[in-house]
Every structure is written in structure tokens, then in C-alpha cells.
Design a protein around this ligand. Structure first.
Ligand SMILES: C[S@@+](CC[C@H](N)C(=O)[O-])C[C@H]1O[C@@H](n2cnc3c(N)ncnc32)[C@H](O)[C@@H]1O
Length: 258
């Protein structure tokens, strides 16, 4: 259902003063926002992470346990940064499918085609076209915090991987240590919105970012959601002093659907 304040807040360049909307309204805001910033997304990502996102991508690839010739599904793939790293790992005999609901983010990904990557427009919480157990791994990087229905997301991720396959989620989180929280407050609450507004020309997008992190579940809660949705051996590690969290779970061996 549409929230009356949402469009005014977009015009004012501010995220929702209270909580961000959920459901369809949230999906629309997020999709339109990524459509608007697609052209500048990779540049901003590099600036805002000081290039560290490449290292975090490599950690995701390692956590998937992917081998050469493997199959990977990269949800909320955006401009394909992680998708390309997964494709490099599986090599020419493997296959990676990237799914995103922003056509402009996908267009940027498709501008760098690779024979072992396919991109598709779609919603990460509704993978009905993908057969159960058909992938070795399913990943999502910086996507989960945009998706209010985490049960739908992780149940689908668990469903589409084969028994013994992995589900990996990389996300921004709020650190708890004193030094890292001070750094986080300065960086994400002040510098990111300022820099993002100037480079992307979209103030809402880069105020939305810290707000969405604030409202996202804690790492332990995310691990519980993954377990409740058919994953086992769920672990998480903190990267960059707790600013980034990497979760990994495994689908039960011998499980049929999830
Ligand atoms: C911050 S970007 C991350 C892109 C990429 N994974 C990366 O590592 O750079 C978040 C992406 O999630 C996508 N997204 C958000 N919600 C989605 C959903 N429900 N289904 C598909 N894509 C979604 C957005 O369109 C956007 O491209």
C-alpha cells in the first residue's frame, strides 16, 4: 500500500523520517532509485568502500565453495560486480545467472557481457522459474537490506540450491565496537549521503542507504532467519571492523525441496 509521505520525501531528498515503507511501496522506491543511480553506481561503490568491495567479493566467492564448472545464482546482482567474480571462479564450463529487478542496473551489467553469464530481470523473492536444487550456490550482496520479506528471500535461495549447496549473504551492518561505530557514524551517516548526493545527483538514494542499514536485522537475527528457512551450519563473519557482515549457510544434504 502506498505511504502518503513517500513521494514528498523523495522530492525533498530525504528518506522516510520514521521507518521506511515495506511491501510494494518499498520495492517501487528501491527499484526506481537504482534505475536512477545505475550509471554512477560502480564509481560510487568504489569511492565509498575505498575499493575494498573487490576484496569482500572474493571472500563471498570463497565462502560459496564454488568449483570450476559450477553453477551460481547471484540475486540482486545490480551491475554485475560479484556476478563477474563468480563467473571467473566457475570458468568457461560453468554458468552464472544474475537476477535484478532494476532494468537500468541490469543494462549496465549487460554492457560487459561474458559467455558464461546470463542476466535476467526478476524479483529475488520469487524465483518460480528456477527449478528446485538446480544451483551449487545462491548469493546476494548488499541486496537483503532492501528486501523486507527476508523469509521469502531465504526460502527461495534455499530451495534453488542443491542439497549440500551454499547460500551466502554479504551486507552492510552497524558495528558495535566504539572506534568502528564512531567511524561508521561519520562515514555512513555524514560522508556517504553528502558524497552520494553530489556524485549521483540523488540525495534520497544515499540517505536511504544508512537508513536501510539502521532498520536491517542484526547478524544473529539474520542467521536465525536463514536457519528457519532450511539452511544449516549457518555462520557469519564480520569484515572491516563490523561494517560488513558475511553470512553463509548450507542446504541440508539429502533434503528434497528445502
Ligand atoms: C546495492 S545494489 C547491489 C548490487 C550488487 N549485488 C553489488 O554487489 O554491487 C542492490 C541491488 O539490489 C536490487 N534489488 C533490491 N531488491 C530487489 C529484489 N526484490 N529483487 C531483485 N533485485 C533487487 C537493486 O535493484 C540493486 O541493483
Amino acid at each position: 500500500m502506498s505511504q502518503p509521505g513517500a513521494r514528498a520525501e523523495e522530492r525533498n531528498g530525504k528518506p522516510a523520517g520514521g521507518r521506511l515503507p515495506g511491501g510494494e511501496e518499498r520495492a517501487r522506491l528501491v527499484r526506481e532509485m537504482f534505475d536512477r543511480i545505475a550509471g554512477r553506481y560502480e564509481l560510487l561503490n568504489t569511492l565509498m568502500t575505498a575499493g575494498l568491495h573487490r576484496i569482500w567479493n572474493r571472500k563471498v566467492v570463497r565462502a560459496t565453495g564454488l568449483q570450476r564448472n559450477g553453477w551460481a545464482l547471484d540475486l540482486a546482482c545490480g551491475t554485475g560486480s560479484l556476478t563477474r567474480d563468480l563467473a571467473k571462479k566457475v570458468g568457461p564450463g560453468g554458468y552464472v545467472l544474475g537476477i535484478d529487478f532494476s532494468s537500468r542496473m541490469l543494462a549496465a551489467a549487460e554492457a560487459r557481457p561474458q559467455p558464461n553469464i546470463e542476466y535476467r530481470l526478476g524479483d529475488a523473492t520469487d524465483l518460480r522459474e528456477i527449478p528446485t536444487g538446480s544451483y551449487d550456490t545462491a548469493t546476494i550482496a548488499y541486496g537483503a537490506r532492501n528486501i523486507p520479506d527476508l523469509d521469502a528471500l531465504f526460502s527461495e535461495m534455499a530451495r534453488v540450491v542443491a542439497p549440500g549447496g551454499t547460500v551466502v549473504c554479504l551486507e552492510i551492518s552497524r558495528p558495535t565496537g566504539r572506534v568502528s561505530s564512531t567511524f561508521y557514524g561519520l562515514w555512513f551517516d555524514k560522508i556517504v549521503p553528502w558524497l552520494g548526493a553530489r556524485i549521483s545527483g540523488d540525495a534520497w538514494a544515499y540517505s536511504y542507504l544508512p537508513q536501510s542499514v539502521k532498520e536491517f536485522v542484526l547478524p544473529g537475527e539474520l542467521a536465525d532467519i536463514m536457519r528457519l528457512n532450511g539452511l544449516q551450519d549457518v555462520t557469519w563473519q564480520k569484515l572491516a571492523g563490523g561494517v560488513i557482515t558475511l553470512h553463509r549457510g548450507r542446504k541440508r544434504s539429502g533434503s528434497g525441496s528445502n
